[in-house]
Design a protein around this ligand. Structure first.
Ligand code: MV4
Length: 432
């Protein structure tokens, strides 16, 4: 975000908690303000403090990044009230996508395929049993107010449905303060394929093709790529058009992503919309040549989107590996600590978006993402080859990282053949 601002001549103000005094974003910004102690409730989620600092610094706009307040409609509204531009969508489209059964209803009306199931929140087990009969087992029980895999469970029969219902109900109540649930047909061996969209404040909307993000661990993405080996031009056109309809149906503006599940027969189903820029956006930038964060800033400042759908092509192939401070020998437990050596090569077709440096101490407070390695190649094989070279010539001491996992994954027959379904990590273990 700071680099995109620098490119446009926009001055930047960072905010930081006690845990981030030495963080790279604090060093890179023109100014930095301390906003509180490490727990996010008292710092990065403190809306009053953040807007106060923004006004004090004379900022015109706030970029929320990709976590924390990025999809918080109340924060977007608060910014509006204070005369600050929230760099993201308006509060209304954010709210429309935040409530899953509501989103399913809107998508159905907009002719965007949804996973077969019901579109009303249910709170009654008998009603759920009746609906499951109609959908056909196995079914997925999900929280109406949920998302991202929290409070979600599979049921193969009525007995399992009873347990799943109770479990999901309790979780939904605890996490979202709303116990209502809905059912979906369980899609076997799905892929997670998402479409990037850009929309200006006048509602002009385009898509920038797909990203394949099926390689995940505990609902955390690990490897992403563009284009997907599974998507042919016909499917791309259909999914792209559906994503644009989805965005337009809710009056979306700025950058966003429409997530789909794709089954082995290439049927695709709307899952949810991420109303923010995502961690994996660089693979789209590398294959389309479009700077997405730059467009976020331009759109937020009121500029019309001047890109045309027919100008958006796919140049080559890009892969992103998320480098986490995790210990592969301890079930990928976070591995915080001081980085005593951090050597990342410079290579052709290799981009490293990093949040750390040699001598930096990774705190235990936040998500342990250290860096994103992105490679581009004329072909997928070239992008993979460059990534393996980048990973093998990187040296990190002092903490453990998941680099060895990435190397094994990229060298596997499964990955080489593009067989990257959501079961990839389990299948990789079997192959070894
Ligand atoms: C599903 C599914 C199968 N069938 N829904 C996981 C996160 C959340 N956004 C939705 N998820 C899933 N929903 C139906 N009807 C399988 C998953 C799923 C998954 C999806 C994408 C990427 C990785 C995943 C890992 C496990 C389960």
């Amino acid at each position: 975000v700071i680099r995109a601002c620098q490119k446009l001549g926009v001055r930047t103000v960072a905010v930081y908690s006690d845990a981030d005094k030495e963080a790279l974003h604090v060093q890179m910004a023109d100014e930095a303000f301390h906003i509180g102690p490490p727990p996010v409730a008292q710092s990065y989620l403190n809306m009053d403090k953040i807007t106060e600092v923004a006004l004090e610094a004379g900022a015109q706009a706030i970029h929320p990044g990709y976590g924390l307040l990025a999809e918080n409609a109340a924060f977007a509204r608060r910014c509006q009230e204070k005369g600050l531009v929230f760099i993201g969508p308006k509060p209304e489209p954010m709210e429309a996508m935040g409530f899953k059964v509501k989103a399913r209803q809107i998508m159905q009306a907009a002719d965007v395929p949804i996973v077969p199931g019901n579109v009303e929140g249910i709170q009654d087990l008998e009603k759920a049993k009746e609906l499951a009969q109609g959908i056909g087992y196995p079914v997925m029980v999900k929280a109406s107010a949920g998302g991202g895999g929290i409070g979600m469970q599979i049921a193969h029969n009525e007995k399992e449905l009873e347990q799943a219902f109770k479990m999901c109900e309790a979780r939904a109540k605890a996490y979202f303060g709303d116990p209502s649930l809905y059912l979906e047909k369980y899609i076997e061996e799905p892929r997670h394929i998402e479409i990037q969209v850009l929309a200006d404040n006048g509602g002009y909307t385009i898509h920038l093709n797909e990203r394949e993000c099926s390689v995940q661990r505990r609902h955390q993405k690990v490897i992403e790529e563009a284009p997907s080996t599974f998507v042919d031009p016909d499917l791309r056109q259909k999914m792209g058009a559906a994503a644009v309809r989805a965005a337009q149906a809710i009056g979306y503006n700025n950058a966003g992503t429409v997530e789909f599940l794709v089954d082995p027969e290439k049927n695709f189903y709307f899952l949810e919309m991420n109303t923010r820029i995502q961690v994996e956006h660089p693979v789209t930038e590398m294959t389309t040549g479009v700077d997405l964060v730059e467009w976020q800033l331009r759109i937020a400042s009121g500029e019309p989107l001047t890109l045309k759908q027919e100008e958006i092509g796919i140049n080559g192939h890009a892969i992103e590996c998320r480098i986490y401070a995790e210990d592969p020998d301890k079930n990928f437990m976070p591995s915080p600590g001081k980085i005593t050596r951090w050597q990342v090569p410079e290579l052709e077709g290799f981009r490293a978006d990093m949040g750390v440096y040699e001598g930096y101490t990774v705190s235990p407070y936040y998500d342990p993402l250290l860096a994103k390695f992105i490679t581009w190649g004329e072909t997928r094989d070239q992008a993979i080859g460059r990534m393996i070279q980048a990973l093998e010539s990187t040296v990190v001491d002092g903490i453990r990282t998941n680099i060895s996992f990435h190397i094994a994954a990229l060298k596997s027959k499964l990955f080489r053949e593009g067989r990257t379904t959501t079961n990839f990590i389990d299948q990789l273990k079997k192959e070894e």
